[in-house]
Design a protein around this ligand. Sequence first.
Ligand code: F6R
Length: 246
Amino acid sequence: MKIYRAKDFRDMSRKAANIISAQVILNPQCVLGLATGSSPIGVYKQLAEWYRKGDIDFSETKSVNLDEYCGLGPENEQSYRFFMNKNLFDNINIDKNNTYVPNGLEPDAQKECRRYDELIRRLGGIDTQLLGLGHNGHIGFNEPGAAFDKDTHCVELAQSTIEANRRFFASEEDVPKRAYTMGIRSIMQARRIVIIVSGEGKAEIVRKSFFGPITPEVPASVLQLHNNITLVGDEAALSLIPEEAF
Ligand code: F6R
């Protein structure tokens, strides 16, 4: 595992954006695996800035997102499709037809999950997967206890995740209770993984995930088994990991 220690959120975002832009420059037709949440917002801003300057061309690039809430369509401001359009796709020259997010409006979970797995296979797999890390160690919506051998599937969200998401909705009842998510196996099949973490609040789960036992109780701990993983974190988020790790 490579670890990059950044000064702050901005520096973390720039370092992670550098890795992604190198991927796109080396292979413009690559498949990027993308995440939502607060962690990647700075990365997406940086990529859009470099695009505007003429430094990166996304016209041939494809993307697949990790997850989507069940029941929310693209026009819903809380949907992950809406988030991706607003924070990245509308600001770069990627062809939106080449950007994929699970279809939250498909009621047949089995059908949607198999379609998404098939799509990833047809694209040739993911070249670089960007991940954030949940406070309980989740990646995508793979919550503690999730089996390591799953592809895309439908999950019931943990109460802590519903509460964490509550701030974005009018009331707790409005927070979706289920989501479609790539499974741990889908994530582990990406050829390269970049995980970004920032803030003191993530320090303990970063230590547990990358320096603790590999266990489904800490889903991100499985990433220790990946052969091409880069952890990019700011000083606060990396503050509890052993100095020898750098
Ligand atoms: C987002 C996702 C989640 C987040 C995680 C961290 O697509 O799958 O696993 O990456 O919840 O969220 P933030 O970045 O908001 O701390």
